[in-house]
Ligand binder design. Structure first.
Ligand SMILES: [Zn+2]
Length: 180
């Protein structure tokens, strides 16, 4: 099984990381920003329209995906996130598409937000099927939760960056121990 990050899963990672939780900086501040991001990645057509409600759906879906990545890093799976993902899956239907290689993938022929979220769902499903999904994790530092791809042999990576989060958490634990 390959441990390298596929383009589809890379896109899911990029999608989750449009929200910098720790920095308080969300790339999807308004529907036009969401549309530009999706169009640039062929997840939506330039003529597609995105409303404030569509933006809300994208944000809910994105944070529900992040909750799955927390679970991939040994955290508790949030039942609200599962409900939200199933709600997305119901309204962004995907189709089985047979490609020239003789295999199938999940596709969407819908327009707008349904098509965009359906295409991301297809990538999530493919990664779950090929076993690479478990390597996409949210950083264990709760205030960070940045999505990173764990290429370590035994899938033991916990932090998005040892320099940034790993050391910060370790330093805090060290200070707490000194106080005892
Ligand atoms: Zn981090």
């Amino acid at each position: 099984m390959s441990a390298s990050l596929s383009p589809g899963l890379g896109l899911v990672q990029e999608f989750v990381n449009t929200n910098d939780v720790e920095g308080g900086d969300d790339d999807f501040a308004e529907p036009a920003a969401l549309r530009a991001w999706l169009v640039a990645r062929d997840l939506a057509a330039p003529g597609d329209d995105f409303s404030a409600a569509d933006l809300r759906r994208a944000l809910d879906f994105r944070e529900a995906l992040r909750a799955l990545l927390v679970a991939n890093n040994g955290g508790q799976l949030d039942p609200d996130a599962l409900a939200s993902l199933n709600l997305t899956a119901r309204s962004a239907p995907v189709l089985v598409h047979f490609d020239a290689g003789g295999s199938t993938r999940l596709e969407s022929d819908a327009r707008g937000i349904d098509g965009a979220l359906g295409r991301i769902l297809g990538s999530v499903h493919a990664a779950m099927a090929d076993g690479t999904w478990a390597r996409l994790k949210a950083c264990a530092k709760h205030s960070c939760r940045w999505a990173f791809y764990d290429t370590s042999k035994n899938r033991s990576r916990t932090w998005c960056s040892m320099k940034v989060c790993g050391n910060r958490v370790k330093a805090r634990k060290y200070r707490e121990r000194q106080k005892l």
